[in-house]
Write a protein that binds this ligand. Structure first.
Ligand code: MG
Length: 380
């Protein structure tokens, strides 16, 4: 799911490197039709699915020479992922849209290689309960969570003292609050270490991505958020670490290259050889760590607060962020205003302590409406 995005294309790099081991059953994309056609021509999947229904006819036409089924619509994606021949579903759609198909894949008992962290931010409790009930493994693709997962190999989760979640600090790590007031989407899209899609790159610059990762770690590893500490580590070599009750710290290090955690999620519990670039510790020289600044990056605090309140609030946090993130990318709000919109949406949204799936859908819609209204005074 999300085959034409950054994680999707890198997943196909891994598949390309191991043609005897992996084959592609289905490719699902949002609307990048050219890239999707190119991928289908190369990987010959049984099914190709595009979320944007208006692209169904042109897609079918362009794939006429291939013997593959062509489907369209978001409901179709939720159906494709349940097909019996599928072993692993790589969940790499952007944002809330990934929730429903991931739920269906879990119910169908598919191993999930999870890149779409918003799924756990929005509905972590439902996802974890379902995964438990259907004995579905959820393997992290997010580099930090892959590092934590690798550090926990052979360990007992009850012996975790804390999780040390690293963050690059993004392009504005050293900016003053004054400078951050006037940054543009183009500035924010210049990430120092990682090549990622536009939405997550903005989330990374605002540290909302790290806030989401705190929530993601809580659900994946069953650790309360008070035991998850964020460290700014500008070199992005230590991908995260676990501190145990005896004081020992285990970390996973490597070059900042998403193909490594993607490949590990696919090959787990094995490790496969790879030709990806190695981290050159001599060239890097020093690894440094800093406290995150809560004043310049309030999103981190908002995420902790959302988790402390629980219920539908993390879902509201995500929806407000999706609205603010898009508005910032389109020049409809300032960088620091994104946090104001998110905080005010949370303050205005009705609280639901024990949400069912339908409550999450309603909370998402309502939070988007509130955030959209809050945006209006900022229109310029
Ligand atoms: Mg990450």
């Amino acid at each position: 799911m999300g085959s034409t995005g950054s994680i999707g294309t890198q997943t196909l790099d891994v598949v390309r490197a191991y043609p005897d081991r992996y084959s592609v059953y289905a490719l699902c994309a949002h609307r990048s039709i050219d890239k999707l056609v190119e991928q289908a021509m190369e990987f010959h999947p049984e099914m190709v699915c595009i979320a944007d229904e208006s692209l169904y006819e042109p897609l079918k036409e362009r794939l006429a020479a291939l013997e593959c089924k062509v489907w369209a619509g978001s409901d179709a994606i939720a159906q494709v992922v349940t097909m019996p021949s599928i072993d692993v579903v790589v969940a790499a759609m952007v944002g809330y849209a990934g929730l429903k198909p991931t739920i269906e894949a879990i119910k169908a008992g598919k191993t999930i290689a999870l890149a779409n962290k918003e799924t756990l931010v929005v509905a972590g409790e439902i996802i974890c309960d379902l995964a438990m009930k259907h004995h579905t493994p959820i393997l992290p693709v997010d580099s930090e969570h892959s590092a934590i997962f690798q550090s926990l190999a052979g360990e007992d989760k009850s012996e975790i003292e804390k999780i040390l979640l690293t963050a690059s600090g993004g392009p504005f790590r050293t900016y003053s609050l004054e400078q951050m007031r006037t940054v543009t989407a183009a500035d924010a899209l210049k990430h120092p270490n990682w090549e990622m899609g536009a939405k997550i790159t903005i989330d990374s610059a605002s540290m909302m991505n790290k806030g989401f990762e705190v929530i993601e770690a809580k659900w994946l590893f069953g650790v309360p958020v008070e035991k998850i500490q964020v460290l700014v580590h500008p070199q992005s070599i230590v991908h995260s670490a676990v501190q145990f009750t005896d004081g020992a710290i285990k970390a996973q290090l490597g070059a900042p290259d998403m193909r490594l955690p993607i490949q590990y999620a696919l090959s787990y519990p094995e490790r496969l050889g790879s030709a990806f670039p190695r981290a050159d510790l001599f060239a890097i020289g020093a690894l440094t760590f800093e406290q995150p600044d809560p004043e310049r990056f309030p999103n981190l605090g908002l995420a902790y607060e959302a988790m402390r309140r629980g219920g539908n609030i993390p879902c509201v946090l995500n929806a407000a962020n999706e609205v603010a993130n898009l508005a910032f990318r389109e020049g409809r709000c300032g960088f620091l205003q994104m946090s104001d919109i998110i905080a005010n949406t949370i303050a205005k949204a009705p609280f639901i302590a024990k949400p069912a799936y339908e409550d999450y859908v309603a909370s998402d819609t309502e939070a988007r409406r509130i955030a959209g209204q809050l945006l209006k005074p900022f229109n310029f």
